[in-house]
Design a protein around this ligand. Structure first.
Ligand code: GLA
Length: 344
């Protein structure tokens, strides 16, 4: 049994997902493949091919662990907790999303594991929104990162050639055609690796909860800019980012609909400035990379993902050449089971 789950690039709508807000991701071609073959039904023997590391644990009682092992053990445990039949076996993991690049290798791993394990247990595929929530619990409870649902939904609902507008309030998914003509959308890795569990990510979540309490709203989707301005620093800045970032998602959707790519570039720039100055999740190396890309002809560039390192997303005008290390964003299809002999 083999399953593949893609990483994602978020065009705009960063740090809005856990605030019931809007996001505009696409699934990418790179991702994680999990292969499971029959073995001892009570024991999972796992191998991370890219790391050359192994793990082994009983299916009925996966103990806590660090690193990639937390994802495997957590996925097994959460699937069982949700009532899925999980059979042990020999499991191999390989991937081509660089870890810590902000392109969501973590969600790709959780989703590929979950799809492969469910199929190996002969279970039907569950509702994909439920599966996204289950995978997010793995990250929250086993890995220690209080991440939202953006990455899992992007991996599970991505569409070839399209971005998807996600409304986190009702988890609705709306396809948005990504027609770039001669423009080019690329990611460039800053080389500064991030982990959500160890970064300021969980601090930002706490600040958002504090801001909700102070504003008397259930989520920052309901926050108003004038009320936010009266909050003590830095909560005032955090709320302003979230409210304006939601607006930027719809500005980007309109820009894509109208084929107005310069406007999309301006959205990327505004998002970066906000993530840097208001939400304070950028780092100097990433800011320098954004500036370098702009100086090299990008019409807009911004940090992508949870922040504190990772990749930059940049939109290049026709005729302007991205640097050689840039990776073209080509929206790919959602997570899926692979035919066993597929050579991916
Ligand atoms: C990470 C998290 C997501 C989301 C983004 C920021 O990728 O996993 O849930 O919060 O950061 O937009």
């Amino acid at each position: 049994m083999r399953a593949f789950a893609p990483g994602r690039v978020n065009l705009v709508g960063e740090h809005t997902d856990y605030n019931d807000g809007l996001c505009l991701p696409c699934a990418v071609q790179a991702g994680v493949t999990v292969r499971i073959s029959a073995g001892d039904d009570d024991v999972v023997r796992a191998r991370a091919l890219d790391l050359g590391e192994d793990d082994e644990f009983r299916v009925d009682a996966p103990p806590a662990a660090d690193g990639w092992r937390a994802f495997v053990r957590g996925t097994v445990a959460e699937l069982r907790r949700a009532g899925h039949r999980v059979r042990g076996g020999d499991l191999e993991i390989s991937g081509d999303v660089p870890r810590g690049s902000g392109l969501s290798s973590s969600a790709a791993l959780e989703v590929a594991l979950a799809l492969a394990l469910i199929a190996h247990g002969d279970g039907p595929e569950p509702d994909r929104r439920d599966l996204a929530r289950l995978c997010s619990r793995v990250e929250n409870e086993w890995v220690g990162a209080e991440t939202g649902l953006l990455d899992q939904l992007a991996s599970l609902f991505g569409r070839e050639g399209e971005a998807i507008r996600l409304d986190m309030r009702d988890l609705s998914v709306t396809p948005v055609a990504l027609e770039l003509g001669d423009w080019r959308l690329v990611t460039v890795d800053s080389g500064v690796e991030h982990t959500h569990a160890g970064s300021g990510y969980n601090d930002r979540r706490r600040e958002c909860r504090e801001a909700c309490a102070a504003l008397g709203v259930r989520s920052l989707r309901d926050a108003r800019l004038d009320a936010a301005a009266a909050l003590p620093a830095p909560l005032d800045r955090r709320v302003r980012h979230v409210v304006e970032e939601n607006t930027r998602v719809d500005t980007a959707v309109d820009a894509l609909g109208a084929g107005d790519l310069p406007a999309l570039g301006r959205v990327l720039d505004a998002s970066h400035a906000s993530l840097r100055d208001l939400y304070e999740v950028s780092v100097p190396e990433v800011d320098a990379l954004v500036e370098r890309l702009r100086a090299g002809g990008a019409a807009g560039a911004r940090i992508v993902g949870g922040g504190f390192g990772g990749s930059v997303l940049a939109l290049f005008r026709p005729g302007a050449a991205p640097p050689p290390e840039a990776v073209e964003v080509r929206p790919g299809p959602a997570a899926r089971l692979l035919p066993t002999e597929d050579a991916r």
